[in-house]
Design a protein around this ligand. Structure first.
Ligand code: AMP
Ligand code: MG
Length: 514
């Protein structure tokens, strides 16, 4: 069987030409795969595109000319009104388990992959328009996106990037001059997002569900070439691919947990093969710590609650392993051996998650050395926070000051319903800190690099979206973006952005807005 002949991760291509006409130096590999992997079609033009935002820094990292992107031609490309030179727009086929139920065909119902670019460090990225019109995968949908969800994805994905979490990025947002009908008529928008790739667990499920063994093997080869090139040298490359995805997902979910991030729709079609956070819908950062916390209006059973995320990720990875069974069986010599390989690969998840999560918790508490009892110390704090509705982000941020001396305690105590509950825990924490070498100042600085001051708090996100939706006022969006771009910096003058919502500001539910 031929594997796709693609020069991945090779030397960077020549950077994009500057000027009005050329925005991207596309070098497309996915569009070289067989035609049944996608549908070829151009984005559907919109009435009156206007630029909201171009991510100048990301553009630079990708070797793109930000000025060309904001030119009339550039905006037309970002709105889907023109197809850039070298683009080969396609909508990708995939399937997926949505809330536990298998849907054999989902696919890009409102997105067009324009093509791939290679950044100056040789990394390949997909450039995709979201909200760019109907496709053969749209089912009953209109193919469009509303401005609110587009700005939400822009803010939250950029926050995740700044926090150091693998994620798709937002390159640009444009309004369309058209309305989209949801519960009410809302301004329409198109998001340009950049991803390591658009390959999902659901992409593998699509071919597995059709019994398309050859498609499955081509897809596995493609995923290996693009994301796990070392797996190509392994004795059992598909097994090495699965192991790689399991490990990266375990690390990713651990990072989410350490930041209080709740994805909200961890369906298998929203679980990436590259290990990035993808598909920002009703996602949210938790305020008061509560393992059972759910924000999404459509997650009635709490399937995707904060504390369920590791378990759900492993469930999703089991669906990937299942899909790969024919390939695993072939390369290991028998169905039985393939099954053993799949289970062994999945067994990597738990220890990898635990290792990343507990190391992260230790660092969040200012502990460098590893001691027995550290996990219990962290767990006790979390239990105490849950019992006292303590704000997740701010508790850890204020511990950075408390680590330098007891003067810092007042700020942490104030976050607990019963401040004395913190005192009891802090006494044990201080005894443990005495076993560390670092001095107070250095420890505080190190802890601040683990415990952000600024997350995109839900009420601030909503306020930014409301201003944009109702008054075409994008200033709150710009301001919030500037704040969350430097989440770990100490900026006392921005206290308004680090404070939890007041009771009347609290956001109780988030919506995916599709
Ligand atoms: P999501 O919840 O964004 O992950 O989307 C799940 C599936 O529904 C994907 O196949 C999307 O392409 C599709 N979808 C979501 N919204 C729309 C829409 N407005 N029009 C067409 N398809 C959509
Ligand atoms: Mg999706």
């Amino acid at each position: 069987m031929d594997s796709p002949n693609i020069p991945l991760n090779g030397p960077p291509l020549s950077p994009a030409l500057t000027g009005q006409q050329v925005c991207f130096a596309f070098d497309n590999t996915f569009a070289r795969l067989p035609e049944h992997f996608y549908a070829r079609l151009d984005p559907t033009p919109v009435a009156a595109p206007r630029i909201v935002k171009v991510n100048v820094e990301l553009a630079r990292e990708l070797g793109l000319d930000a000025d060309a992107l904001t030119s009339e031609h550039g905006v037309a490309v970002l709105a889907g009104n023109r197809v850039a030179d070298g683009a080969e727009p396609i909508a990708l086929a995939y399937a997926g388990h949505q809330f536990g139920y298998f849907v054999p065909q989902l696919g890009d119902g409102r997105a067009n992959l324009l093509g791939e670019v290679v950044s100056s460090d040789g990394q390949r990225y997909d450039v995709q328009l979201k909200g760019s019109g109907r496709t053969p995968f749209s089912r009953g949908g209109d193919g469009r996106a509303a401005l609110g969800p587009v700005l939400r994805e822009y803010i939250v994905s950029e926050a995740m990037a700044a926090l150091g979490v693998p994620t798709t990025r937002a390159l640009a947002a444009v309004t369309t001059g058209e309305r989209v009908l949801r519960d009410t008529a809302l301004p329409g928008a198109v998001l340009t997002r950049v991803a390591a790739s658009q390959l999902r667990v659901g992409t593998f499920q699509y071919f597995a569900a059709r019994g398309d063994g050859e498609g499955l093997r081509m897809l596995a080869d493609y995923a290996i070439a693009r994301h796990y090139p070392q797996a190509a040298q392994a004795k059992e490359p598909c097994r090495a691919l699965l192991e790689g995805v399991v490990a990266r997902q375990a690390q990713l979910i651990a990072q989410w947990m350490l930041l209080g991030f709740i994805h909200g729709v961890m369906n298998t079609d929203n679980t990436s093969i590259s290990g990035e956070t993808i598909d920002y819908g009703p996602c949210a950062f938790m305020e008061a710590y509560d393992p059972a916390k759910v924000y999404s209006s459509i997650d009635h059973g709490g399937r995707y609650a904060y504390g369920n995320q590791p378990r759900v990720a492993l469930w999703n990875l089991a669906r990937l392993a299942e899909s790969l069974l024919p390939v695993l069986a072939q390369e290991s010599g028998s169905e039985e051996a393939g099954l053993v390989a799949a289970n062994e690969a999945l067994s990597i998840f738990e220890p990898q998650f635990e290792a990343t999560h507990s190391a992260g918790l230790r660092r969040k508490l200012g502990l460098v050395a590893e001691r027995e009892g550290d996990a219990a110390l962290a767990e006790n704090l979390l239990q105490c926070m849950a019992a006292n509705s303590a704000d997740f982000t701010l508790t850890f941020r204020r511990l950075c000051d408390a680590a330098a001396g007891t003067e810092g305690d007042a700020g942490v105590r104030a976050l607990f319903d019963d401040p004395a509950a913190y005192d009891g825990w802090a006494a044990g924490w201080r005894r443990r800190l005495e076993e560390e070498f670092a001095d107070g100042q250095a420890r505080t600085a190190a802890m601040r690099r683990m415990n952000p001051a600024f997350i995109p708090r839900n009420h601030l996100v909503e306020a930014a979206l409301d201003a944009a939706n109702l008054g075409q006022d994008f200033q709150p969006f710009e301001d919030l973006l500037a704040v969350i771009s430097r989440p770990y910096d100490e900026r006392p003058e921005l206290e308004r952005y680090s404070a939890p919502a007041r009771p009347e500001e609290r956001v109780l539910q988030t919506f995916c807005g599709t």
